[in-house]
Design a binder for this molecule. Structure first.
Ligand SMILES: NC(=O)N[C@@H](CC(=O)O)C(=O)O
Ligand SMILES: [Zn+2]
Ligand SMILES: [Zn+2]
Length: 460
Protein backbone atom coordinates (compact mmCIF):
# COMPACT_ATOMS: atom_id res chain seq x y z
CA UNK A 1 0.00 0.00 0.00
CA UNK A 2 1.55 3.27 -1.04
CA UNK A 3 1.24 6.49 0.87
CA UNK A 4 -2.05 8.42 0.76
CA UNK A 5 -1.52 12.16 0.78
CA UNK A 6 -3.92 15.10 0.92
CA UNK A 7 -2.55 18.50 -0.11
CA UNK A 8 -4.81 21.20 1.29
CA UNK A 9 -5.33 24.76 0.18
CA UNK A 10 -2.68 25.05 -2.56
CA UNK A 11 -2.77 27.56 -5.38
CA UNK A 12 -2.43 25.77 -8.72
CA UNK A 13 0.25 27.29 -10.96
CA UNK A 14 -1.77 26.52 -14.09
CA UNK A 15 -4.58 28.76 -12.75
CA UNK A 16 -2.17 31.73 -12.59
CA UNK A 17 -2.01 32.68 -16.25
CA UNK A 18 -1.56 36.44 -15.84
CA UNK A 19 2.01 37.71 -15.71
CA UNK A 20 2.69 39.65 -12.51
CA UNK A 21 -0.40 38.41 -10.66
CA UNK A 22 -0.42 37.58 -6.95
CA UNK A 23 -0.90 33.91 -6.14
CA UNK A 24 -4.09 34.81 -4.26
CA UNK A 25 -5.65 35.44 -7.69
CA UNK A 26 -6.20 31.66 -7.88
CA UNK A 27 -8.67 29.68 -5.76
CA UNK A 28 -7.33 27.31 -3.11
CA UNK A 29 -7.50 23.65 -4.08
CA UNK A 30 -7.04 20.30 -2.37
CA UNK A 31 -5.33 17.41 -4.14
CA UNK A 32 -5.67 13.78 -3.06
CA UNK A 33 -2.92 11.36 -4.05
CA UNK A 34 -3.35 7.60 -4.06
CA UNK A 35 -1.41 4.78 -5.71
CA UNK A 36 0.96 7.18 -7.41
CA UNK A 37 -1.76 9.15 -9.19
CA UNK A 38 -4.02 12.10 -8.46
CA UNK A 39 -7.24 10.58 -7.12
CA UNK A 40 -9.31 13.69 -6.46
CA UNK A 41 -9.17 17.44 -6.68
CA UNK A 42 -11.49 20.11 -5.37
CA UNK A 43 -12.27 22.59 -2.65
CA UNK A 44 -12.30 21.29 0.89
CA UNK A 45 -11.81 17.54 0.50
CA UNK A 46 -12.29 15.71 3.80
CA UNK A 47 -9.18 13.87 5.03
CA UNK A 48 -9.50 10.10 5.02
CA UNK A 49 -8.33 7.81 7.75
CA UNK A 50 -4.55 7.34 7.77
CA UNK A 51 -4.05 10.03 5.17
CA UNK A 52 -1.02 12.27 5.39
CA UNK A 53 -2.27 15.89 5.29
CA UNK A 54 -0.03 18.67 3.97
CA UNK A 55 -1.09 22.22 4.78
CA UNK A 56 -0.34 24.04 1.55
CA UNK A 57 -2.01 27.37 2.23
CA UNK A 58 0.36 30.02 0.92
CA UNK A 59 2.08 27.49 -1.34
CA UNK A 60 1.90 27.02 -5.10
CA UNK A 61 1.52 23.54 -6.59
CA UNK A 62 3.16 22.71 -9.91
CA UNK A 63 3.74 19.51 -11.86
CA UNK A 64 7.16 18.10 -10.94
CA UNK A 65 10.15 19.81 -12.50
CA UNK A 66 12.04 18.04 -15.29
CA UNK A 67 15.69 18.82 -15.94
CA UNK A 68 16.74 18.03 -19.48
CA UNK A 69 20.40 18.73 -18.66
CA UNK A 70 21.94 17.22 -15.50
CA UNK A 71 25.41 15.79 -15.02
CA UNK A 72 25.13 12.92 -12.55
CA UNK A 73 28.78 11.87 -13.07
CA UNK A 74 28.23 8.15 -12.42
CA UNK A 75 29.86 5.97 -13.66
CA UNK A 76 33.38 7.28 -13.46
CA UNK A 77 33.37 10.55 -11.55
CA UNK A 78 31.78 9.48 -8.28
CA UNK A 79 33.99 11.88 -6.32
CA UNK A 80 31.92 14.71 -7.90
CA UNK A 81 28.43 13.19 -7.79
CA UNK A 82 26.59 9.86 -7.96
CA UNK A 83 23.16 9.00 -9.29
CA UNK A 84 21.99 8.87 -5.66
CA UNK A 85 23.49 12.19 -4.53
CA UNK A 86 22.56 13.99 -7.75
CA UNK A 87 18.94 12.85 -7.57
CA UNK A 88 18.80 13.92 -3.91
CA UNK A 89 19.87 17.38 -5.11
CA UNK A 90 17.16 17.12 -7.75
CA UNK A 91 14.46 16.26 -5.21
CA UNK A 92 15.60 19.17 -3.03
CA UNK A 93 15.14 21.44 -6.05
CA UNK A 94 11.63 20.18 -6.89
CA UNK A 95 12.69 17.93 -9.77
CA UNK A 96 10.98 14.59 -10.28
CA UNK A 97 12.78 13.66 -13.51
CA UNK A 98 16.32 14.37 -14.68
CA UNK A 99 18.00 13.61 -17.97
CA UNK A 100 21.53 12.41 -17.26
CA UNK A 101 24.22 13.73 -19.61
CA UNK A 102 26.46 11.27 -21.40
CA UNK A 103 29.92 12.53 -20.38
CA UNK A 104 30.53 9.79 -17.83
CA UNK A 105 33.38 7.22 -17.80
CA UNK A 106 32.70 4.91 -19.52
CA UNK A 107 30.76 7.30 -21.70
CA UNK A 108 27.02 6.63 -22.04
CA UNK A 109 27.52 5.43 -25.60
CA UNK A 110 26.27 1.83 -25.32
CA UNK A 111 23.02 0.16 -24.30
CA UNK A 112 24.82 -1.40 -21.33
CA UNK A 113 25.91 1.89 -19.80
CA UNK A 114 22.60 3.72 -20.27
CA UNK A 115 20.74 0.76 -18.77
CA UNK A 116 23.08 0.81 -15.79
CA UNK A 117 22.46 4.53 -15.17
CA UNK A 118 18.70 4.09 -15.45
CA UNK A 119 18.78 1.14 -13.04
CA UNK A 120 20.74 3.18 -10.48
CA UNK A 121 18.09 5.89 -10.72
CA UNK A 122 15.21 3.42 -10.36
CA UNK A 123 16.83 1.86 -7.29
CA UNK A 124 17.56 5.18 -5.56
CA UNK A 125 14.02 6.43 -6.20
CA UNK A 126 14.55 10.17 -5.65
CA UNK A 127 13.83 11.05 -9.28
CA UNK A 128 13.18 9.38 -12.59
CA UNK A 129 16.53 9.17 -14.38
CA UNK A 130 16.44 9.21 -18.16
CA UNK A 131 19.92 8.72 -19.60
CA UNK A 132 21.05 10.76 -22.59
CA UNK A 133 23.10 8.82 -25.11
CA UNK A 134 26.32 10.06 -26.64
CA UNK A 135 26.14 11.02 -30.31
CA UNK A 136 29.65 9.79 -31.03
CA UNK A 137 31.70 6.93 -29.58
CA UNK A 138 33.58 8.11 -26.51
CA UNK A 139 32.46 11.69 -27.31
CA UNK A 140 35.41 11.69 -29.70
CA UNK A 141 33.48 13.24 -32.59
CA UNK A 142 34.64 10.61 -35.06
CA UNK A 143 32.12 7.77 -35.36
CA UNK A 144 28.44 7.61 -34.44
CA UNK A 145 27.71 5.67 -31.26
CA UNK A 146 25.22 2.79 -31.22
CA UNK A 147 22.26 5.18 -31.26
CA UNK A 148 19.71 2.57 -32.32
CA UNK A 149 20.73 0.07 -29.64
CA UNK A 150 20.44 2.75 -26.95
CA UNK A 151 17.02 3.79 -28.26
CA UNK A 152 15.81 0.18 -28.15
CA UNK A 153 17.39 -0.60 -24.79
CA UNK A 154 15.52 -0.68 -21.47
CA UNK A 155 16.66 2.91 -21.01
CA UNK A 156 14.61 3.95 -24.09
CA UNK A 157 16.99 6.77 -24.94
CA UNK A 158 15.40 9.58 -26.95
CA UNK A 159 17.92 12.39 -26.43
CA UNK A 160 21.45 12.19 -27.77
CA UNK A 161 24.23 14.65 -26.97
CA UNK A 162 28.01 14.93 -26.82
CA UNK A 163 27.51 17.71 -24.27
CA UNK A 164 30.76 19.10 -22.98
CA UNK A 165 31.87 18.76 -26.58
CA UNK A 166 30.35 20.03 -29.79
CA UNK A 167 29.47 17.65 -32.62
CA UNK A 168 31.68 19.67 -34.94
CA UNK A 169 31.80 17.52 -38.07
CA UNK A 170 28.79 18.58 -40.19
CA UNK A 171 28.53 15.19 -41.88
CA UNK A 172 28.37 13.37 -38.55
CA UNK A 173 25.77 15.86 -37.36
CA UNK A 174 23.72 15.24 -40.48
CA UNK A 175 23.92 11.46 -40.03
CA UNK A 176 23.00 11.72 -36.35
CA UNK A 177 19.94 13.83 -37.21
CA UNK A 178 18.94 11.30 -39.88
CA UNK A 179 19.29 8.44 -37.44
CA UNK A 180 17.23 9.94 -34.58
CA UNK A 181 14.55 11.02 -37.04
CA UNK A 182 13.66 7.35 -37.55
CA UNK A 183 12.32 7.08 -33.97
CA UNK A 184 11.45 10.76 -33.38
CA UNK A 185 14.48 11.37 -31.15
CA UNK A 186 16.40 14.60 -30.77
CA UNK A 187 20.02 15.72 -30.94
CA UNK A 188 20.97 18.16 -28.16
CA UNK A 189 23.92 20.19 -29.36
CA UNK A 190 26.57 21.82 -27.18
CA UNK A 191 27.12 24.66 -29.65
CA UNK A 192 30.78 25.59 -29.44
CA UNK A 193 33.08 25.83 -32.42
CA UNK A 194 36.23 24.19 -31.05
CA UNK A 195 38.61 26.12 -33.30
CA UNK A 196 37.18 29.49 -32.30
CA UNK A 197 37.43 28.62 -28.60
CA UNK A 198 40.82 26.97 -28.26
CA UNK A 199 42.11 27.74 -24.76
CA UNK A 200 39.14 30.02 -24.07
CA UNK A 201 38.56 30.95 -20.44
CA UNK A 202 35.68 33.45 -20.39
CA UNK A 203 33.47 35.57 -22.66
CA UNK A 204 35.48 37.42 -25.31
CA UNK A 205 35.23 41.18 -24.96
CA UNK A 206 36.51 44.20 -23.07
CA UNK A 207 36.60 42.35 -19.74
CA UNK A 208 38.61 39.40 -21.08
CA UNK A 209 41.14 41.80 -22.63
CA UNK A 210 41.42 43.69 -19.38
CA UNK A 211 41.91 40.53 -17.32
CA UNK A 212 44.24 38.96 -19.87
CA UNK A 213 42.09 35.82 -20.14
CA UNK A 214 41.58 34.15 -23.49
CA UNK A 215 38.11 34.91 -24.86
CA UNK A 216 35.23 32.64 -26.01
CA UNK A 217 33.52 34.71 -28.72
CA UNK A 218 29.73 34.73 -29.08
CA UNK A 219 30.15 33.78 -32.73
CA UNK A 220 31.59 30.40 -31.70
CA UNK A 221 28.12 29.53 -30.37
CA UNK A 222 26.02 31.37 -32.93
CA UNK A 223 27.76 29.95 -36.01
CA UNK A 224 27.18 26.35 -34.85
CA UNK A 225 23.52 27.03 -34.09
CA UNK A 226 23.07 28.62 -37.52
CA UNK A 227 24.66 25.61 -39.22
CA UNK A 228 22.69 23.09 -37.22
CA UNK A 229 19.26 24.66 -37.71
CA UNK A 230 19.96 24.46 -41.45
CA UNK A 231 20.98 20.82 -41.13
CA UNK A 232 17.88 20.07 -39.06
CA UNK A 233 15.74 21.71 -41.72
CA UNK A 234 17.47 19.78 -44.48
CA UNK A 235 17.01 16.45 -42.70
CA UNK A 236 13.61 17.26 -41.22
CA UNK A 237 14.74 16.14 -37.77
CA UNK A 238 14.53 17.58 -34.26
CA UNK A 239 17.37 19.68 -32.88
CA UNK A 240 17.72 21.00 -29.36
CA UNK A 241 20.25 23.66 -28.39
CA UNK A 242 21.87 23.28 -24.96
CA UNK A 243 22.53 26.30 -22.72
CA UNK A 244 21.92 29.19 -25.15
CA UNK A 245 23.90 32.16 -23.88
CA UNK A 246 24.00 35.09 -26.31
CA UNK A 247 21.63 37.68 -27.79
CA UNK A 248 22.85 36.65 -31.25
CA UNK A 249 21.86 33.02 -30.63
CA UNK A 250 18.35 34.22 -29.80
CA UNK A 251 18.19 35.93 -33.21
CA UNK A 252 19.25 32.75 -35.00
CA UNK A 253 16.57 30.79 -33.12
CA UNK A 254 14.01 33.47 -33.98
CA UNK A 255 14.84 33.08 -37.65
CA UNK A 256 14.75 29.28 -37.50
CA UNK A 257 11.43 29.12 -35.66
CA UNK A 258 9.87 31.61 -38.08
CA UNK A 259 10.90 29.22 -40.87
CA UNK A 260 9.20 26.33 -39.11
CA UNK A 261 12.40 24.44 -38.29
CA UNK A 262 11.97 21.89 -35.46
CA UNK A 263 14.44 23.52 -33.09
CA UNK A 264 14.07 24.00 -29.34
CA UNK A 265 16.40 25.80 -26.96
CA UNK A 266 17.24 25.89 -23.30
CA UNK A 267 18.67 28.54 -21.00
CA UNK A 268 20.31 27.88 -17.65
CA UNK A 269 19.38 29.77 -14.48
CA UNK A 270 22.92 31.15 -14.21
CA UNK A 271 22.83 32.68 -17.69
CA UNK A 272 19.60 34.46 -16.70
CA UNK A 273 21.26 36.35 -13.85
CA UNK A 274 25.08 36.32 -13.79
CA UNK A 275 27.45 38.25 -16.06
CA UNK A 276 31.09 38.18 -17.15
CA UNK A 277 31.85 40.93 -14.62
CA UNK A 278 32.13 38.15 -12.02
CA UNK A 279 35.33 36.93 -13.69
CA UNK A 280 37.02 39.96 -12.13
CA UNK A 281 36.92 38.08 -8.82
CA UNK A 282 39.03 35.28 -10.36
CA UNK A 283 36.77 32.99 -8.32
CA UNK A 284 36.45 29.84 -10.46
CA UNK A 285 32.93 29.17 -9.19
CA UNK A 286 31.99 31.59 -11.99
CA UNK A 287 33.85 29.62 -14.64
CA UNK A 288 31.38 27.79 -16.83
CA UNK A 289 30.82 26.66 -20.37
CA UNK A 290 29.36 28.53 -22.20
CA UNK A 291 30.80 31.47 -20.26
CA UNK A 292 28.82 34.09 -18.41
CA UNK A 293 28.13 36.82 -20.94
CA UNK A 294 27.22 40.53 -20.91
CA UNK A 295 24.31 42.35 -19.28
CA UNK A 296 22.72 42.81 -22.69
CA UNK A 297 22.82 39.05 -23.29
CA UNK A 298 21.13 38.37 -19.93
CA UNK A 299 18.43 40.86 -20.88
CA UNK A 300 17.96 39.29 -24.33
CA UNK A 301 17.69 35.79 -22.81
CA UNK A 302 14.96 36.87 -20.38
CA UNK A 303 13.03 38.52 -23.20
CA UNK A 304 13.46 35.41 -25.36
CA UNK A 305 11.92 33.30 -22.60
CA UNK A 306 9.00 35.75 -22.37
CA UNK A 307 8.53 35.57 -26.14
CA UNK A 308 8.65 31.78 -26.23
CA UNK A 309 11.80 31.69 -28.37
CA UNK A 310 13.57 29.84 -25.56
CA UNK A 311 11.50 26.77 -24.70
CA UNK A 312 12.82 25.55 -21.36
CA UNK A 313 14.99 26.17 -18.35
CA UNK A 314 17.61 23.47 -17.83
CA UNK A 315 20.12 23.53 -15.00
CA UNK A 316 23.31 22.11 -16.56
CA UNK A 317 24.02 20.95 -12.99
CA UNK A 318 27.78 20.28 -13.34
CA UNK A 319 29.34 19.13 -10.06
CA UNK A 320 33.12 19.35 -9.65
CA UNK A 321 35.25 18.54 -6.61
CA UNK A 322 36.67 21.53 -4.72
CA UNK A 323 40.28 20.88 -5.74
CA UNK A 324 39.34 21.54 -9.37
CA UNK A 325 37.51 24.76 -8.47
CA UNK A 326 39.55 26.26 -5.64
CA UNK A 327 42.52 26.89 -7.86
CA UNK A 328 43.70 29.39 -10.46
CA UNK A 329 41.06 30.39 -13.00
CA UNK A 330 43.08 29.08 -15.95
CA UNK A 331 43.39 25.57 -14.57
CA UNK A 332 39.92 25.28 -12.97
CA UNK A 333 37.14 23.06 -14.34
CA UNK A 334 34.15 24.53 -16.19
CA UNK A 335 30.74 24.13 -14.58
CA UNK A 336 28.41 24.94 -11.68
CA UNK A 337 25.85 22.98 -9.68
CA UNK A 338 22.31 24.22 -10.15
CA UNK A 339 19.52 21.81 -9.20
CA UNK A 340 18.90 23.19 -5.70
CA UNK A 341 18.84 26.85 -6.76
CA UNK A 342 17.03 26.64 -10.11
CA UNK A 343 13.53 27.42 -8.84
CA UNK A 344 14.62 30.47 -6.83
CA UNK A 345 16.59 31.92 -9.73
CA UNK A 346 13.69 31.36 -12.15
CA UNK A 347 11.33 32.96 -9.63
CA UNK A 348 13.48 36.05 -9.17
CA UNK A 349 14.55 36.58 -12.79
CA UNK A 350 11.35 35.62 -14.62
CA UNK A 351 8.21 35.48 -12.45
CA UNK A 352 8.92 38.37 -10.09
CA UNK A 353 10.07 40.54 -13.02
CA UNK A 354 6.84 39.84 -14.92
CA UNK A 355 8.50 38.02 -17.83
CA UNK A 356 6.44 34.87 -17.29
CA UNK A 357 3.36 33.82 -15.35
CA UNK A 358 3.29 30.91 -12.90
CA UNK A 359 1.54 28.84 -15.57
CA UNK A 360 4.35 29.63 -18.02
CA UNK A 361 6.97 28.83 -15.40
CA UNK A 362 5.42 25.38 -15.01
CA UNK A 363 5.64 24.83 -18.76
CA UNK A 364 9.29 25.95 -18.82
CA UNK A 365 10.35 23.71 -15.94
CA UNK A 366 8.05 20.74 -16.39
CA UNK A 367 5.87 19.91 -19.39
CA UNK A 368 8.06 21.29 -22.15
CA UNK A 369 11.31 19.64 -21.05
CA UNK A 370 9.37 16.38 -20.59
CA UNK A 371 8.01 16.69 -24.11
CA UNK A 372 11.39 17.53 -25.69
CA UNK A 373 12.87 14.59 -23.80
CA UNK A 374 10.33 12.26 -25.39
CA UNK A 375 8.33 11.39 -22.27
CA UNK A 376 4.63 10.76 -22.77
CA UNK A 377 2.89 13.72 -21.14
CA UNK A 378 -0.77 13.50 -20.15
CA UNK A 379 -3.45 11.65 -18.22
CA UNK A 380 -2.15 8.14 -18.85
CA UNK A 381 1.41 9.22 -19.43
CA UNK A 382 4.77 9.12 -17.71
CA UNK A 383 4.59 12.80 -16.79
CA UNK A 384 1.56 14.90 -15.80
CA UNK A 385 0.29 17.55 -18.17
CA UNK A 386 -1.77 19.07 -15.35
CA UNK A 387 -2.59 18.55 -11.70
CA UNK A 388 -5.80 16.72 -12.52
CA UNK A 389 -7.45 13.44 -11.63
CA UNK A 390 -5.80 10.43 -13.22
CA UNK A 391 -2.47 12.13 -13.85
CA UNK A 392 0.73 10.79 -12.36
CA UNK A 393 1.44 12.38 -8.97
CA UNK A 394 4.75 14.05 -9.79
CA UNK A 395 4.18 17.29 -7.91
CA UNK A 396 6.19 20.10 -6.36
CA UNK A 397 5.03 22.60 -3.76
CA UNK A 398 6.83 25.90 -3.46
CA UNK A 399 6.64 28.84 -1.10
CA UNK A 400 6.99 32.00 -3.23
CA UNK A 401 7.31 34.30 -0.23
CA UNK A 402 10.31 35.26 1.80
CA UNK A 403 13.96 34.80 1.04
CA UNK A 404 17.02 33.27 2.61
CA UNK A 405 20.76 33.30 2.18
CA UNK A 406 21.74 30.44 -0.10
CA UNK A 407 24.24 28.42 1.90
CA UNK A 408 26.06 25.08 1.97
CA UNK A 409 23.09 23.61 3.84
CA UNK A 410 20.98 24.08 0.71
CA UNK A 411 23.33 21.92 -1.38
CA UNK A 412 22.36 18.25 -1.23
CA UNK A 413 24.71 16.83 -3.87
CA UNK A 414 28.38 15.94 -3.37
CA UNK A 415 29.92 19.12 -4.75
CA UNK A 416 29.63 22.69 -3.59
CA UNK A 417 30.54 24.64 -6.74
CA UNK A 418 27.49 26.90 -6.67
CA UNK A 419 27.85 30.52 -7.82
CA UNK A 420 24.89 31.44 -5.60
CA UNK A 421 26.41 30.68 -2.20
CA UNK A 422 26.07 33.75 0.00
CA UNK A 423 23.37 35.33 -2.19
CA UNK A 424 19.93 36.20 -0.81
CA UNK A 425 17.47 34.13 -2.91
CA UNK A 426 13.67 34.35 -2.85
CA UNK A 427 11.24 31.45 -2.49
CA UNK A 428 11.68 27.88 -1.33
CA UNK A 429 10.84 24.40 -2.56
CA UNK A 430 8.97 22.79 0.34
CA UNK A 431 7.68 19.41 -0.91
CA UNK A 432 8.54 17.15 -3.81
CA UNK A 433 6.32 14.19 -4.58
CA UNK A 434 7.44 11.56 -7.07
CA UNK A 435 5.06 8.85 -8.25
CA UNK A 436 2.89 9.62 -5.22
CA UNK A 437 5.50 9.53 -2.43
CA UNK A 438 7.40 12.35 -0.73
CA UNK A 439 11.05 12.72 -1.63
CA UNK A 440 11.20 16.16 0.03
CA UNK A 441 8.97 16.85 3.03
CA UNK A 442 8.79 20.41 4.37
CA UNK A 443 12.29 21.11 3.09
CA UNK A 444 13.75 17.84 4.43
CA UNK A 445 14.83 15.02 2.14
CA UNK A 446 13.18 11.71 2.95
CA UNK A 447 15.61 9.00 4.14
CA UNK A 448 17.21 6.95 1.33
CA UNK A 449 15.87 3.61 2.67
CA UNK A 450 12.30 4.93 2.76
CA UNK A 451 12.55 6.40 -0.72
CA UNK A 452 14.05 3.20 -2.16
CA UNK A 453 11.28 1.18 -0.52
CA UNK A 454 8.52 3.45 -1.90
CA UNK A 455 10.12 3.40 -5.33
CA UNK A 456 10.08 -0.38 -5.38
CA UNK A 457 6.35 -0.38 -4.57
CA UNK A 458 5.23 1.87 -7.43
CA UNK A 459 5.49 1.14 -11.11
CA UNK A 460 8.38 2.93 -12.77
N1 LIG B 1 28.80 23.40 -18.36
C1 LIG B 1 30.03 23.17 -18.02
O1 LIG B 1 30.77 24.13 -17.82
N2 LIG B 1 30.50 21.93 -17.84
C2 LIG B 1 29.85 20.69 -18.13
C3 LIG B 1 29.85 20.36 -19.57
C4 LIG B 1 28.89 21.19 -20.40
O2 LIG B 1 27.72 21.35 -20.03
O3 LIG B 1 29.24 21.65 -21.48
C5 LIG B 1 30.51 19.59 -17.33
O4 LIG B 1 30.30 18.41 -17.63
O5 LIG B 1 31.20 19.88 -16.35
ZN1 LIG C 1 27.50 21.88 -22.63
ZN1 LIG D 1 26.25 20.20 -19.55
Amino acid sequence: MTERILIRGARIAADLVERGSEITAAPQQDIRIENGRIAARGEKLEPLEGERVIDASGLVALTGFVDLHTHLREPGFEQSETVLTGTRAAAAGGFTTVFAMANTLPVQDTAGVVEQVKALGDAAGYATVRPIGAVTEGLAGERLSEIGAMAQSLAEVRVFSDDGKCVHDPLLMRRALEYVKTFDGVIAQHAQDPRLTEGAQMNEGAVSSELGLKGWPAVAEESIIARDVLLAEHVGAKLHICHLSTAGSVEVIRWAKARGIAVTAEVTPHHLILTEELARTYDARYKVNPPLRRDTDVQALREAVAEGLIDIIATDHAPHPSETKECEWDSAAFGMVGLESAFSIALSTLVQQGYVSWAELETLLSQKPAEIGGLSVGAEGEHPSALEVGQRADIVLVDPNGSSEFSLGHLKGKSTNSPFLGMELPGRVTHTIRHGYLTLDDGQLTEPETVAQKASEVSQ
